[in-house]
Design a protein around this ligand. Sequence first.
Ligand code: PLP
Length: 380
Amino acid sequence: MSAEKPLDPATIAARAAGAVDTGHGGVVPGVQPTTTFRRDESYALQSGGSYGRDHNANVAQAEEVLRQLEGAAQTRLFPSGMAAVAALFRTLPDGARVVMQSGIYWGVLAWVRKFCARRNIRLEEIDAADPLAIRKALVEKADLVWIEVPSNPWLKVADIAAIAKLTHDSGGLLAVDGTAATPVLTRALDFGADISMHSATKAINGHTDVLAGVLSCRDADSEVWQAICADRMEAGAILGAFEAWLLMRGMRTLPLRMERMCRSAQMLAEALDAHDRVELVRYPGLPEHPAHVLARAQMKGGFGYLMSVLVKGGTEEALAVAGRLQLIHRATSLGGVESLVEHRATIEPHTGIPGNLLRLSVGIEDPGDLLADLDQALRG
Ligand code: PLP
């Protein structure tokens, strides 16, 4: 095989980036739960690690799959998406300035607001999908710019390359939460981001049975990356071996699942957009989405599995539609093989989320079955 041609993501994922069971000749690596490592008679370590907080084989294997998918210099896993977010923010000095996209995943916003208040960090929340707003915010240096592409649940699409340039001109770093895209659709580092973050709890694992988060960098020698790695080891936000093993098994089908989920989501978005009980569908794959052209350039192979459907009526009507669904689970989260629906205003009241908005995470079920379920629920 030619050394120059990089492997396709489907090949990297299916082969778990080449990880095999070296001890027993198995095709699949085993779970290695050891928390400590033996030394020989001269007290030299017998393998790469000395303690489970700085080394675990399953974690390292799963990180390598993600590193290759992301095109990153280095990748680190964390026990949840929020733990990954926190690891990055903890690198900020007191008194720093952060520019953050507004209307993103509420859990990130809520934690970052509290963290910044505690640490005397200036936080500005702006609509990063609005080029004027971001230009204005970055006239002054921002130590860190945080965007979520596409955003959850508004499905806004910010211009990663343009924001990376403005951020770097201001002297700061850009971090992108690409949870709703996964590295299969969008490799944020390729567009100039410094740090790429994902909640691997979502489509990266895809089976709704692992909590995990991931950070990847373009420059492994950078101060921020060195601080993140040191903090993970010293503060101990380590993913368990079994979770890492499960995650790697889930990732073997990530590109395949994304292909199916994107195709189904596109079909459903178009059908729902034309439905007489639907007011509006927010999905980057629809031509009327305000950033459809940008999304086409930033997303490879589809527009993701996440959409927001604004039904005709208000909270009552939306909850009634959700209540009538028979196949699609009423549950929070996204990116799993099973489709989920969520009434976001119930979860985050008083944040401006319309009462008639239902967020839909499209799984790998037959899209015709999903559409039939949505249609009967909408018709009542
Ligand atoms: N970022 C986004 C976009 C999310 O949707 C979520 C969770 O829903 C997170 C981060 C946090 O990830 P986790 O739940 O794995 O901590």
